[in-house]
Design a protein around this ligand. Structure first.
Ligand code: ATP
Length: 514
């Protein structure tokens, strides 16, 4: 999907009631969004698909719903108070704040790699089929120079960040003569660490002691409840705890629509395993999660990215990346988190967070493999993948373009639209209403009688409705209706008494597990 299509996607989301800017009447709040009627249906269906695959389909995974506020010590133990930081820098002329690492990365992308890509594209055209990109990259002096430059800059950035040498990050920005995109000036402050947690104050306790955080991840609610859940559900290791809920991060630069938000939703699962068995389960969950994605997304739009630089708590980590319009980016993380979190909570709280393993008659702190996906990012991936423009024959057989959301029927916000052929014919609308009423308790339906039938079809295409039912004069005679399928545009006559069964079968979540 190109930049242009991405813009279309954003406006489609607004125009058709999927996503609105938060507090739009006040000109909006940056990086905060509201889901509209169709957006919240789609979002709920994605949640349901995840919950089914994790909780319902696994005897040894149970779900919880923990609070957003947690005891502040939680975030001390987890490392978020001390280390959940991004390096920031301000431009003194525009007063705009940037992530220092991103300024450098963008420089590399725009000023260095783009030149290399241009050379490569020129050569591809020149050499045609005989072009070997890999060979060209390792032999053409100009391209080699660009690649080398990019590597040198990024290695220096990573080393400085790892060593917390923020002075060198600033030096790098100055040496590369990076200017503020807004003011064009190079008048920068020093680089400082910026903690991404939002905080608020408990009403009854003044000062530091009453400081509360809005959780930046849902995982910690699972860790601190580990024994409560294990004991009450009598789970044996290996077992998992799943949760869907809001998380908050004060992102310095939040862009790209719902890709990076300040308030977002996560779907996380912590899988508790015997120490030493984490590698096996890490591999298991990588595969299982990829399969979950490939049931709705084309394989070529997904890939793994193994982390070389690991977080302080991890012994292995990979992202599942999705091909967003702006390139392959993280959609989900699979992390082998060792016993870091449980041990840290055990140490700071003084309470044992250990599992008694009846098989070996021993207590231990389990290891954890987690899967963590952003619901909003999944929403963006799903919409991006599904939204298409295509040329189809219209009623008179002429070509016309339609915008269609080819979302999997099981995820579609509305499953079936019920359309009387004409608006002013009581016999037709009465019959259509009757059908609508008989279907509405089975799945999400919409009754629509306004405008010509072709326009109504287009409206349903745009919100991804997989089936449209049309009631015409013949229906009154033979109790048959026309069912139109969104993607193939195939139209069939079926009995009114069969509609419920036909649609239910084709929108069933089960299809995603086939
Ligand atoms: P990124 O590198 O993109 O900032 P992260 O590595 O910090 O992401 P995790 O802490 O692993 O992300 O969070 C798990 C998942 O939560 C991510 O894979 C992503 O889908 C989602 N996520 C994280 N931050 C945001 C955000 N600001 N807005 C929307 N989704 C987010």
């Amino acid at each position: 999907m190109s930049d242009d299509l991405f813009k279309k996607l954003v406006s489609h989301c607004k125009e058709y009631g999927f996503i609105f800017q938060s507090s739009e009447v006040y000109d909006g709040l940056a990086a905060v969004y509201d889901y509209g009627p169709y957006g919240s249906e789609l979002k709920n269906n994605i949640k349901k698909y995840w919950w089914m695959s994790m909780v319902q389909m696994h005897e040894n995974i149970v779900g919880i719903d923990s609070a957003i506020f947690m005891h502040p010590k939680t975030w001390k133990a987890s490392g978020h108070v001390d280390a959940f930081n991004d390096p920031m820098i301000d431009n003194k002329d525009s007063n705009k704040r940037y992530r220092a690492d991103q300024l450098v990365e963008e420089y590399v992308e725009r000023k260095v790699m783009k030149k290399a890509d241009k050379e490569i594209e020129k050569a591809r055209k020149r050499f045609g089929d005989a072009f070997n990109e890999e060979e060209y990259k390792t032999t053409n002096p100009r391209v080699m120079g660009y690649l080398e430059k990019s590597k040198t800059i990024l290695t220096r950035l990573n080393t400085s960040l790892t060593n917390e040498d923020l002075e060198d990050v600033k030096n790098l920005i100055e040496e590369l003569e990076i200017a503020c995109p807004e003011s064009g000036s190079r008048n920068w402050t020093d680089v400082r660490q910026f903690n991404l947690m939002f905080n608020t104050q408990l009403g009854t306790i003044a000062g530091e002691a009453g400081k509360l955080y809005l959780r930046p991840e849902t995982a910690q609610g699972i860790f601190v409840n580990f024994l409560n859940v294990q004991k009450t559900t009598r789970q044996k290791i290996p077992f998992g705890i799943a949760q869907i809920g809001k998380a908050f991060r004060n992102e310095i630069v939040a862009r790209q629509f719902i890709f990076r938000m300040r308030e977002f939703e996560q779907m996380e699962m912590q899988f508790f395993v015997k120490p030493g068995e984490q590698q096996k389960w890490y591999e298991y969950w990588k595969e299982a999660r990829l399969k979950w994605h490939t049931a709705i997304h084309p394989t070529e739009s997904l890939k793994f990215h193994d982390h070389e630089k690991l977080a302080h708590y991890a012994d292995a980590a990979a992202d599942i990346e999705f091909k967003f319009p702006f390139g392959f980016r993280e959609l989900e993380g699979i992390h082998s988190r060792t016993d870091f979190d449980l041990s840290a909570h055990q140490d700071l709280s003084g309470r044992k967070l250990q599992y008694f393993d009846p098989e070996i008659n021993e207590n231990y702190v389990p290891y954890v493999v987690e899967t963590s996906i952003g619901l909003d990012r999944m929403f963006l991936a799903t919409m991006g993948n599904a939204l298409q423009e295509e040329t189809v024959p219209d009623a008179d057989g002429k070509d016309s373009t339609r915008t269609v959301l080819k979302v999997h029927p099981a995820l579609a916000p509305i499953k079936c639209a019920v359309l009387p052929l004409l608006k002013n014919k009581e016999e037709l609308t009465g019959k259509a209403r009757e059908i609508f009423n008989s279907l509405k308790s089975s799945f999400n339906c919409q009754y629509d009688e306004k405008d010509a039938i072709g326009r109504r079809y287009r409206r349903q295409d745009a919100i991804g409705t997989p089936f449209c039912i049309t009631i015409d004069f013949e229906s009154l005679e033979d109790n048959m209706v026309t069912i139109r399928e969104r993607d193939s545009l195939k139209q069939e006559r079926i009995a009114i008494s069969d509609i419920e069964k036909v649609v239910s079968e084709r929108v069933d979540m089960k299809l995603l597990f086939a």
